[in-house]
Ligand binder design. Structure first.
Ligand SMILES: CC(C)(COP(=O)(O)OP(=O)(O)OC[C@H]1O[C@@H](n2cnc3c(N)ncnc32)[C@H](O)[C@@H]1OP(=O)(O)O)[C@@H](O)C(=O)NCCC(=O)NCCS
Length: 168
């Protein structure tokens, strides 16, 4: 059941070094193999520390009663020979039970503001095609122009299967 979040009690602030473990463990609760095999595989402590080191101003947490209940981790991409600067919202998550309480929107609004201040002209996100809640959330924040892309894996621990020779 969703717990109503009192907006004035929810603080959005920059991630600090003391928050790293809390954000990592919250992500582990969210990005499970059942929820999304691709997000499960790519969520690790280096995701947070790398973004924290490169784009501290775009790494935000939502704090409620002294506890981390959400995070948004972003970065920017400058393209050579292009006047456009892109923002990439890499990860966003809100604690189960507190979702649909407005924390995700508040995190995104602050991230968006900071990206605009950094000269970003377009924000990009990606998520699983069947992450209906996530897609609805992003649409509500104004995202559109959905483009499908394919995610594939190659399991290197399995013996390689021989290809049938087309000559025989
Ligand atoms: C996506 C996520 C961050 C949204 O955070 P949130 O705090 O739940 O979102 P908000 O309460 O601010 O919701 C804003 C709007 O998004 C949409 N939305 C959010 N959750 C939704 C859900 N479960 N189903 C349908 N729409 C949803 C609604 O339109 C909502 O507006 P409304 O409440 O006026 O209807 C959160 O659901 C989450 O942590 N999901 C798991 C992780 C994930 O999928 N991350 C995205 C890929 S990295």
């Amino acid at each position: 059941m969703t717990k109503i979040i009192e907006e004035e009690l929810l603080e959005i602030r920059e991630l600090t070094i003391d928050d790293l473990a809390a954000v990592f463990h919250l992500g582990e609760r969210l990005f499970t193999s059942d929820f999304s095999p691709s997000m499960y595989r790519t969520w690790d402590e280096y995701e947070i520390t790398t973004l924290f080191n490169s784009d501290n101003e775009l790494c935000l947490v939502a704090e409620l009663d002294g506890e981390i209940v959400g995070f948004a981790l972003g970065t920017t991409v400058d393209k050579v020979n292009s006047a456009w600067k892109y923002g990439y919202l890499v990860w966003i998550g809100v604690r189960p039970g507190l979702q649909k309480g407005g924390a995700g929107h508040k995190l995104f609004a602050e991230l968006r503001k900071r990206m605009v201040e950094q000269g970003v002209r377009m924000i990009v996100i990606d998520t699983d095609a069947d992450n209906e809640a996530g897609i609805n959330f992003f649409k509500k924040q104004g995202f559109g122009n959905i483009q499908k892309h394919v995610y594939m894996t190659l399991n290197l621990s399995r013996p390689r299967q021989r290809r049938k020779s087309s000559r025989s």
